[in-house]
Design a protein around this ligand. Structure first.
Ligand code: ATP
Length: 292
């Protein structure tokens, strides 16, 4: 089984600030890190580190940030297809972290929203029945729909994490097999029962420090979070989802409590460290987690 991730790629720039700037203010900050980011990229890199063969497709601009994203991705064990588009800037997230542990994030989506339906469908070239399509909320409605339709045609299993929340997902649920949502996202779509009615056969609900649940028409399995000292929760949901999917995929493809427990262990390691991709477990840590 292979995973095809179509989504966004970005550079995350994290600054430490005493407090968020008030309107009109100019403040000092310290740059803490520059790291790979973007939900699509986060999930693809994490699945690959967890041993699942992964192809990642995203758009960047013809600029230094796009080159930096490509250079850093070369160190990861995945097949990356970055399309450099004319006239758009590569995406970035600016993350402000205060001494009180709060953060605020500004994300651009110029490159991600320039992905066309044709590009999204071309990214699934070579995919076979049973392969996974993994998508998030950063692409436009038409590109997202086109990829989900092509995945159906090819007999792939489609997995969606509707974050950032986009109203268009409500029309796409019949094309989705598995959905990963946090509690806010689940509520926005009318709750987990409504999601199961709308199309997906499996809903994975993440509840932060309160753990996660696998919900199907047959019932619900709750899995606790792993207690840890929290430093930075950025990317916890992406890491949890990717490791849960990779764990299941490498044991026959069925989501189960063990897969969610593997996701929880990896996410706990991530939240106990600063950064995004740099905080995700590396390949040796993944192997240890998946062996439990
Ligand atoms: P984010 O948007 O921050 O990436 P999310 O809202 O998509 O996250 P969460 O439900 O916050 O997802 O977290 C996903 C998983 O990560 C949880 O189910 C849990 O296993 C783990 N996790 C998150 N926060 C904590 C925490 N404080 N302590 C331990 N585990 C955590």
């Amino acid at each position: 089984m292979r995973a095809f991730v179509i989504g966004n790629a970005a550079l995350d720039e994290t600054f430490s600030v005493a407090d968020f700037p008030a309107p009109g203010a100019s403040i000092f900050g310290t740059m803490l890190s520059q790291d790979l980011g973007g939900k699509g990229l986060n999930q693809a890199v994490t699945m690959a580190r967890a041993g699942l063969a992964c192809r990642f497709a995203a758009a960047v601009g013809h600029d230094a940030r796009g080159e930096e994203i490509a250079r850093r991705l070369e160190a990861e064990p995945l097949e990356a297809h970055l399309t450099a588009l004319d006239g758009v800037a590569s995406d970035l997230s600016m993350i402000l972290m205060t001494g009180r542990g709060e953060n605020a994030v500004i994300t651009t989506r110029e490159a991600a929203s320039a992905v066309t339906p044709a590009m999204a469908q071309a990214a699934l070239e070579g995919a076979a029945a049973g392969d996974l399509l993994v998508m998030q909320g950063n692409l436009g409605a038409e590109a997202t729909r086109a990829a989900l339709l092509r995945a159906r045609e090819r007999g792939m299993k489609s997995v969606v994490n509707p974050s950032p929340l986009q109203p268009f997902f409500a029309d796409l649920w019949p094309l989705v097999d598995i959905v990963f949502v946090n509690e806010g996202e689940a509520a926005a779509f009318g709750g987990t029962d409504a999601l199961l009615e709308a199309g997906p056969r499996e809903v994975v609900l993440t509840r932060g420090a309160r753990g996660a649940a696998l919900i199907t028409r047959q019932g619900r399995i709750d899995v606790p979070a792993e207690p840890c000292a929290v430093i930075d929760t950025t990317g916890a949901g992406d890491c949890f989802m990717a490791v849960t999917l990779a764990s299941a995929a490498q044991r026959g493809g069925t989501l189960d409590a063990r897969a969610l427990a593997h996701g929880a262990s990896a996410a706990a390691l991530t939240v106990s460290r600063a950064g995004t991709v740099g905080a995700f477990p590396d390949r040796a840590e993944m192997a240890r987690i998946l062996a439990t």
